[in-house]
Ligand binder design. Structure first.
Ligand code: TRP
Ligand code: SF4
Length: 326
């Protein structure tokens, strides 16, 4: 039996190159050979942004458009909005009852976010339970594999622990064990070399115009040891080269050569990268424009997804209640 795949993304704003390279490209490959369920997890966005929740609605439609423009195929995969299937919250509540507080308080991702994010108050009951809802997302569909980034591994570990604990408590294998599927592509860093993120303003968005892409690439940090044009560069220490490796395929050898032999300066090298990126983004942006003309169609796709997801969710919840109250 082919594996069942589930993954989700929070609708917190425009998608950037990091989302595309780090997650979507993986999803698009997986959907060729597996049954996939992809969810726009708006309750997870809400957990962090409950004080400013008004943007979430627009971001949902935008995210669906970006996904489809990148190649997520609604004929093959199920696309739906988490809050439209209330069973996610129902199962999360049940998992919340069986999850020891210590598991959540120890979670490194949680601790890091409390430390890093100072502009929002995340010391809430809901936010501590973020991975519990994530476990519910995955297990509601009995998914066996979850394509995620490395930062999400602790959450997946918790999902496995919750699944096992549930099965153990009620003496029945209701939920499967699930594994992470990590992307093969190296992670793309932001323009300044930090993690690419909207909140650091160091991202190139999938919808950025050619001029914006050029302006962004101009700002990129390069090999700090290459000071003069005549100095040989160290491509492996340069973020620009890391981008080439993702988007320029075999022609990277040319970049390696012109950098290490000091045949081209960094300004030229960056302008060529900008063109490469613009070319890569063009098909996505054209598809995006086309989809934007008919937002009603996107809503229909999400409604079809909701129906399919709901049917599975109802079935799992019936089983869950059956074993709990037997
Ligand atoms: N926490 C994930 C992230 O921030 C998003 C997410 C929510 C998710 N539910 C999920 C990912 C279920 C995979 C499976 O990236
Ligand atoms: Fe980086 Fe290109 Fe400059 Fe080499 S030439 S250091 S790869 S920007």
């Amino acid at each position: 039996m082919s594996k069942k795949i589930f993954s989700g993304m929070r609708p917190t704003g425009k998608l950037h190159l990091g989302h595309w390279v780090g997650a979507l490209s993986n999803w698009i490959e997986l959907q060729k050979s597996h049954s996939c369920i992809f969810s726009i997890v708006d309750w997870h966005a809400y957990m962090g942004e409950y004080e400013q929740s008004q943007g979430i609605k627009d971001n949902i439609l935008d995210m669906a458009i970006d996904w489809i423009a990148c190649g997520i195929d609604p004929e093959k995969s199920i696309l739906f909005v988490q809050s439209q299937v209330p069973e996610h919250l129902e199962l999360a509540m049940i998992f919340g009852c069986i999850t020891p507080l210590g598991w959540l308080e120890r979670n490194p991702t949680y601790k890091e976010q409390l430390r890093e994010i100072t502009t929002r108050d995340l010391q809430t009951f809901g936010f501590l339970g973020y991975p519990v809802l994530q476990a519910a997302d995955i297990l509601l569909y009995k998914a066996n594999a979850v394509p995620i980034g490395e930062d999400q591994l602790p959450h997946l570990e918790l999902t496995r622990e919750i699944s096992r604990r549930f099965n153990f408590l009620y003496g029945k294998n209701v939920f499967p064990d699930c594994e992470a599927i990590l992307t093969q592509t190296p992670r793309l860093l932001g323009l300044d070399g930090r993690k690419m993120s909207k909140s650091y303003q160091n991202a190139i968005n999938l919808s950025d115009s050619a001029d914006m892409v050029k302006a962004h690439v101009k700002k990129m940090f390069t090999d700090p040891k290459r000071i003069r044009l005549a100095d040989a560069g160290h491509p492996e220490e340069c973020n620009v080269y890391a981008y080439y490796k993702v988007f320029f395929g075999e022609k990277c050898a040319d970049v390696y050569q012109w950098c290490t032999k000091a045949e081209k300066g960094c300004t030229d090298c960056k302008m060529i990268l900008a063109e490469v990126l613009v070319k890569n983004l063009l098909p996505i942006q054209e598809k995006r424009q086309e989809l934007l003309k008919n937002p009603q169609r996107i809503r229909e796709i999400l409604e079809e997804g909701r129906k399919k997801a709901s049917a599975m969710a109802r079935q799992t919840m019936a089983e869950v209640k059956e074993v709990i109250f037997k």
